[in-house]
Design a protein around this ligand. Structure first.
Ligand code: AHG
Ligand code: MN
Ligand code: MN
Ligand code: MN
Length: 336
């Protein structure tokens, strides 16, 4: 019976990745070990988020990070768990986290061939009110065996080998791409395993949702202002788009991926490079969007072609359904 077959044929994320890696005969399971440690971190954060209110994990940690943001307890806790899990995997050389001012260089006995850039807890402003938050990560390989440096991670997003996010919402869902499409895995708490529930996710070519913080409208530039205007007052008589904005990038991007539409965090007069960080927010989400048939644009170029100069660099970002992003690209091109 189809149903029985499904129940016994458990496609866990580890098994899925092993299948993918079997296409690379030279692979020795390093990526699988790396991913299993990222998965461990996600399971930990999922359980901490679910009992945050009970476990007094709400509120501030009393520190401020390099971003000038007050760190929440869960920001710091999640960061510690991911750093320790990644270092102990023995498969990484350089780690960049939103919560650490400097990159982490793994000591030689534990060094591996991957660099991981990550946002351990995305959407921190939503922790204390129980709204969906997430973790975002991107993975580069290190080709040399000398001392690791930040040069190993200051690479364009088009050199990333994998990217993903985990969303801690009504269910805990990990969305991953290793370069052959985008796949969604849902945590089965009774097994403690992420099970494949959304194979080969493709974003609709066009959507009717736009996602932006309208509160910044007075500071937007011309093309963004024109584009949002068109969403609200379409010229061609088509229906106006709906506005959906959670304020957690993971939640806004996940909805965009599944339903279609566009997510924007534009530049504005106060922050000319926008707010979102290139390495561990823009690149992973841009990677996933392109793998799902969408696209990601910075206002000037393809997001994955950006070459970051420093590890916490920011960039404006417009990502989502292919046709929707084409529209905003045309508006920026017309402005040049
Ligand atoms: P983080 O919590 O990791 O610092 O990221 C927050 C980001 C992102 O999740 C979200 O899209 C954006 O901040 C929301 O910013 P505004 O509140 O300015 O709209
Ligand atoms: Mn933050
Ligand atoms: Mn974030
Ligand atoms: Mn964060």
């Amino acid at each position: 019976h189809e149903a029985d077959a499904y129940r016994t044929d458990l496609m866990t994320i580890t098994r899925f990745v092993l299948n993918e890696q079997s296409k690379y005969p030279e692979s020795r399971g390093d990526f699988t070990i790396l991913l299993s440690n990222i998965v461990l971190g996600c399971k930990f954060v999922c359980s901490a988020v679910n009992k945050a209110g009970l476990a007094k994990l709400i509120g501030l940690a009393g520190e401020t990070n390099i971003q000038g943001e007050e760190q929440k307890k869960l920001d710091v806790l999640s960061n510690d768990v991911f750093v320790k899990a990644l270092v102990s995997s023995g498969r990484t050389s350089v780690l960049v986290s939103e919560e650490d001012e400097e990159a982490t260089f793994v000591e030689s006995s534990k060094r591996g061939k991957y660099c991981v850039v990550f946002d351990p807890l995305d959407g921190s402003s939503n922790i204390d009110c129980g709204v969906s938050i997430g973790t975002i990560f991107g993975i580069y390989t290190v080709e040399h065996s000398d001392e690791p440096t930040t040069e190993d991670v200051l690479k364009p997003g088009n050199e990333m080998v994998a990217a993903g996010y985990c969303m801690y919402g009504s269910s805990c869902m990990l969305v991953l791409s290793t370069g052959t499409g985008v796949h969604g895995f849902t945590l089965d708490p009774s097994l403690g395993e992420f099970i494949l529930t959304h194979p080969d996710i493709k974003i609709p070519n066009k959507g009717n949702i736009y996602s932006v913080n309208e509160g910044n409208a007075q500071n937007w530039d011309g093309p963004t202002t024109k584009y949002v205007e068109r969403c609200k007052y379409p010229k061609d008589g088509s229906p106006a788009k709906s506005l959906r904005y959670v304020g957690s990038m993971v939640a806004d991007v996940h909805r965009t991926l599944l339903y279609g539409g566009i997510f924007l965090y534009p530049a504005d007069k106060k922050s000319p490079n926008g707010k979102l960080r290139v390495l561990y927010e823009v690149f992973p989400m841009a990677f996933l969007m392109e793998q799902a048939g969408g696209q990601a644009f910075t206002g000037e170029k393809r997001a994955l072609d950006l070459v970051p100069k420093e590890i916490h660099e920011r960039s404006p970002i417009f990502l989502g359904s292919y046709d929707d992003v084409e529209e905003i690209k045309a508006l920026y091109a017309a402005e040049e």
